[in-house]
Design a binder for this molecule. Structure first.
Ligand code: ADP
Length: 329
């Protein structure tokens, strides 16, 4: 292992930069040459490589996003395109690759690994929907951003005694909505893992209104429906009496300055990826399981659905958060 490349792909997450920094610095420390690939798989196909030295990653630990850039490259699912990418890696004499991204990006990583390229993946996703790791890089920062914003919304909601619907990210997972609901003291989480119960939600809003609670907050994961659609259901199906307002948090959720947790997680995962490549490991993702770092084979973690942590579901129910009904399978 002499030359390794780093790539970020798919949706950006705060902590990708600290990961790139850690991979670069660890690799240099171990005597490797390090290259960054710009703009994900598209940049790889366009042969956009840049050498990375210690100075190139200086100060990056503080920045959200990814200074290498990222992209979505739908054609990468085709075999002939993957083989083109492999040829470029051979031409560049790259011995190992670290890819930071979500489920889609790591599926692309597995394809390259199956052709024989040593690849290690890092879970870079704010949704925390990657099976096999307790946390993804960027989840903690996204949650802190959501908490900060919902706290501010609650202040104005309380002043006017309103109910607020807040749409948060989470395409296939209610993790952000559920965790933020617990941490902000919100009343309802509308999440894809459970079926929303509009009459129960309205009953809870009415109860709070009657008991002189100043504000109610409902967090809706975007994977269920848009916040506006949910509000319409509250009004048309639930005949809610209270005044309801909507806030869509949108892309600010990705942009927060990485928290201590994410800086440390990204740094540790980046270090482990390089040490793994040096020791001959390949075809796996760095994961954190019960606080311990582990390598997990791509085949064991991809194409699998990650559920919400059972203890968080229990906690939400025990402290009176309405999270909907169990979906019969
Ligand atoms: P994320 O990595 O955040 O889940 P995407 O699902 O958009 O984001 O995937 C990012 C990129 O990974 C895609 O644009 C594509 O280039 C690559 N990718 C996704 N799915 C596959 C697949 N099944 N096979 C190969 N490459 C894939």
């Amino acid at each position: 292992m002499k030359r390794i490349a780093i790539m970020t792909s798919g949706g950006d997450s705060p902590g990708m930069n600290p990961a790139i920094r850690s991979i670069t610095r660890t690799g240099l420390h171990k005597g490797l040459e390090i290259f960054g690939i710009r703009h994900g798989y598209q940049g790889l196909l366009d042969d956009e490589f840049i050498p990375l030295d210690s100075h190139a990653v200086s100060g990056r630990i503080r920045d959200a996003g990814t200074f290498l850039g990222t992209s979505r490259c739908p054609e990468f699912i085709k075999e002939e395109v993957q083989l083109r990418a492999l040829k470029i890696m051979e031409k560049r004499r790259i011995d190992g690759l670290v890819i930071i991204g979500g489920d889609g990006s790591l599926t692309g990583a597995r394809a390259l690994y199956r052709y024989g390229l040593p690849v290690i993946g890092l879970p870079g996703t704010i949704d925390n929907d990657l099976f096999g790791t307790d946390m993804g890089i960027g989840v903690d920062t996204a949650l802190n951003t959501i908490i900060h914003l919902v706290d501010m919304i609650r202040a104005t909601a309380a002043s006017h005694r309103r109910c607020f619907v807040v749409e948060v990210m989470g395409r296939g997972s209610g993790y952000l909505a559920l965790m933020a609901c617990i941490s902000t003291g919100s009343q309802v989480a509308v999440i894809p893992e459970f079926r929303m119960n509009i009459p129960k939600i309205v009953q809870e809003l009415d109860r709070r209104s009657t008991n002189n609670h100043n504000a109610s907050v409902i967090l809706v994961a975007e994977g269920v429906c848009q916040g506006a659609e949910f509000m319409q259901r509250l009004v048309e199906v639930g005949k809610v009496k209270q005044e309801v307002r909507l806030t869509v948090l949108g892309h600010v959720q990705r942009g927060g300055t990485p928290t201590h947790y994410d800086r440390l997680l990204a740094s540790r995962m980046g270090e482990m990826a390089v040490l793994a490549l040096i020791s001959g490991e390949k075809g796996s993702m760095v994961a954190t399981v019960n606080g311990k770092m582990q390598l997990r084979d791509f085949d064991d973690i991809l194409d699998r659905r990650k559920g919400l942590p059972g203890d968080a579901i229990r906690l939400a129910r025990n402290i009176g958060i309405e999270i909907g009904d169990v979906v019969e399978s």
